[in-house]
Write a protein that binds this ligand. Structure first.
Ligand code: PLP
Length: 200
């Protein structure tokens, strides 16, 4: 920052002013304005890098926060009732990468599986399906954003003999709709979808 020209400094100021001005017109949707990251500002002076596996790789770069990353994973493992001492994970750079990694694991576990997701699912799902070259069925949504279970059943019936990879939303981006796991499980049972699990 020290070597910046007056023009560069000016551009940075302009960006700051632009964001400040836009903030005054933001209702807080679909992101929140209710945060205060000021406690974290001091960390911007360090080249922190969490590359690698937070559980197995210490590596030579010690400027990381792997121990905190593991704490985050323990928190979510507990929330999701993961089997004790038998889970793994990492903190992604955002939800798009989270969706990508989840679909990647599903692809490894269920080769030849079909991904079912609703019209209201975030667009990163469709993009990641394309990146991974997966088969899919896009299911209709109800007007309030929840998946349409009747259409889901019809789509499932088209691929009964293939493993089903289900994207169930827990708060869609635009309507905060939630897909109910119970009817989804009932439909899978009723349609006798094959459960073929491959070792990773
Ligand atoms: C449900 C959902 N998935 C994925 C994303 C993409 O998130 P990111 O920008 O962190 O990749 C969003 C962003 O709004 C989202 O609402």
């Amino acid at each position: 920052m020290k070597n910046l020209t007056p023009e560069d400094k000016n551009r940075i100021d302009e960006l700051k002013n632009h964001l400040q001005e836009r903030k005054n017109h933001l209702l807080g949707y679909p992101v929140t304005l209710n945060f205060d990251y000021s406690l974290l500002y001091k960390f911007l002076q360090y080249p922190v890098n969490n590359a690698g596996d937070p559980f197995y790789m210490d590596g030579s770069h010690h400027m990381n926060t792997h121990s905190i990353e593991r704490e985050v994973i323990h928190f979510f493992a507990n929330l999701l009732k993961a089997p004790e001492n038998n889970y793994w994970g990492y903190v992604t750079n955002g939800s798009s990468e989270g969706n990508l990694y989840a679909l990647y694991l599903a692809k490894r576990l269920y080769p030849g599986g079909v991904v079912y997701f609703s019209e209201e699912s975030h667009y990163s799902i469709e993009k990641n399906i394309d990146i991974l070259g997966l088969n899919y069925q896009k299911v209709k949504s109800q007007p309030h954003g929840e998946i349409d279970y009747k259409d889901f059943e019809e789509k499932i019936l088209l691929h009964q003999d293939q493993p089903a990879i289900i994207i169930a939303n827990i708060g869609t981006t635009f309507k905060e709709a939630k897909d109910d796991i119970k009817p989804i499980q009932d439909i899978l049972g009723k349609c006798k979808v094959k459960k073929i699990l491959y070792p990773l």
